[in-house]
Design a binder for this molecule. Structure first.
Ligand code: SAJ
Length: 433
């Protein structure tokens, strides 16, 4: 294996290209976006990921990684393009289709093609294989074809690419073996070989499992509010059971993976996915639930109220805004008439149509009636109530991510309303949190 051509230089394609380049393979990194190629060639990178810029730039400077707009002949081709969904939640496979089509003219006997993009079941065999076979070569007989999903966590991509277990699903056993030989060049985690459709399902099952488990945590938070208990306390106690591990409720599920992938299963088999669909609906409606908590905290009135919304990214300590429930909650509050000023410390300059943003914490809270925590960023966890009190006239805070203990905030003069912990007044005095 000497030369690898990687199609799609996003969150997965770019670090993967850098990994192969660091092992001194000849890597062509292809993207259809000229701005990305120019940025890479001028010494930068277009995404934020810890440690990535150094590795990519080193790979480019040593000549092992060559960014390009064009696919060229190689020993192996890796497709790492996005698979988003349309407004109706059906998978948008156009990028996978055009990537496969771009490979066809360069495909030679003995080549290996790997699809990495998260895809509905049967994509490798049913969609990609027929495209690659257009010029007469046969998958299995003439070239190898496999599916290998990335399973890395944004923020930890470089480490997890190397050390996570990796599954390779071949169109046949020889293809799985060829895929293994390729990834073994830099992967130190276990490499498991299986068939292509199993590998597709593994990826979808992992993220769906997490989505369903977050949905039950969110539903528990609503039940806790109904029955006047503190869900965080209840979860902590329940999790003492050796076989129970309830996840955290919050403003909903975002990102480009967990909030997207379950839809691929719902689309592929709507008659078999009632639980998966219901979980998606629970998680997708959580921003609305947050809006209702805020409305109640403000005595039923949102119109004209000034809300400082802290955090917009889809999860703590990242700059990624894709499918973010925090953005959704801020938008809903603004559309209900509240005057929202949001602050995202990882993207202080970002602008939104639906609501205002501020470039700093003091600017966001300066005139607020209510301060709303939407993301558990480190910098928000560390806020001291007395410091905030000096920055804002607001004495009402709503915490949707359990970062501000009532024991610290109430003595400082704040009323704290927490998602999943709106105790009945009868029991308030019994609360330990
Ligand atoms: N969330 C909760 N409660 C929790 C945990 C998470 O509300 O207890 C929310 C987060 O705030 C966020 C969303 O869920 O909005 C997803 O965050 P995450 O950290 O669970 O996952 P991602 O989307 O950043 O990355 C996931 C990972 N998959 C799993 O953990 C099963 C990662 O390994 C995958 O590579 C990635 O999806 C992917 O690309 O598919």
């Amino acid at each position: 294996m000497k030369k690898v051509c990687i199609l799609g230089l996003g969150y997965i394609g770019l670090p993967t290209a850098a990994m192969f380049a660091m092992q001194k393979l000849d890597v062509v990194g292809v993207d259809i976006n000229d701005a990305i190629i120019q940025k890479l060639n001028s010494g930068g990178i277009h995404i934020q990921e810890t440690g990535l810029e150094e590795v990519v730039q080193q790979a480019i400077q040593t000549g092992h990684l060559r960014p390009s707009l064009k696919v060229e002949p190689a020993d192996a081709f890796i497709i790492a393009v996005p698979t988003p969904f349309y407004d109706d939640k059906k998978a948008d496979m156009r990028a996978v289709i055009s990537a496969a089509e771009a490979i066809v003219p360069h495909l030679r006997r003995g080549n290996l093609v790997i699809l990495e993009s998260t895809s509905p079941p049967l994509t490798t065999a049913g969609l990609v294989q027929p495209i690659l076979e257009r010029f007469g070569l046969r998958a299995g007989a003439d070239f190898y074809l496999a599916y290998s999903p990335e399973r890395v966590l944004p923020g930890k991509i470089l480490h997890e690419l190397v050390y996570n277990a990796r599954v390779i699903g071949g169109i046949d056993a020889a293809s799985a073996q060829a895929g293994r030989d390729l990834y073994a060049i830099f992967v130190q985690g276990e490499i498991i070989q299986t068939d292509a459709t199993t590998a597709e399902m593994v990826k979808l099952m992992e993220n769906t499992y997490r989505d369903v488990n977050i949905a039950i945590a969110n539903e528990f938070s609503r039940l806790a509010d109904r029955f006047g208990i503190d869900v965080w306390e209840a979860i902590q106690i329940a999790n003492l059971h050796p076989r129970v591990k309830i996840l955290n409720p919050g403003p909903g599920v975002g990102g480009h993976c967990i909030s997207v992938d379950p839809w691929f299963l719902v689309e592929a088999a709507p008659d078999l996915t009632r639980l998966i669909l219901a979980s998606r609906q629970v998680n997708d409606s959580q921003p609305h639930y947050v809006m209702e908590i805020v409305r109640q905290a403000l005595g039923g009135q949102l119109a004209g109220k000034r809300i400082a919304a802290l955090g917009l990214s889809y999860k703590p300590d990242v700059d990624d805004l894709r499918e973010s429930p925090a953005v959704e909650a801020a938008r809903m509050l603004a559309e209900a008439g509240a005057l929202v000023t949001a602050f995202e410390p990882h993207r202080p300059e970002e602008q939104f149509e639906a609501f205002q943003t501020a470039a700093s914490l003091p600017a966001s809270v300066r005139r607020a009636d209510l301060v709303l925590a939407l993301v558990a960023h480190q910098e928000f966890r560390q806020i001291q109530p007395a410091d905030l009190a000096a920055l804002t006239p607001a004495r009402l805070v709503v915490d949707t991510v359990h970062i501000w203990p009532a024991a610290a905030w109430e003595p400082a003069g704040f009323r704290l309303v927490e998602l999943g912990a709106r105790r009945n007044s009868n029991y308030a005095s019994l609360g330990s949190s």
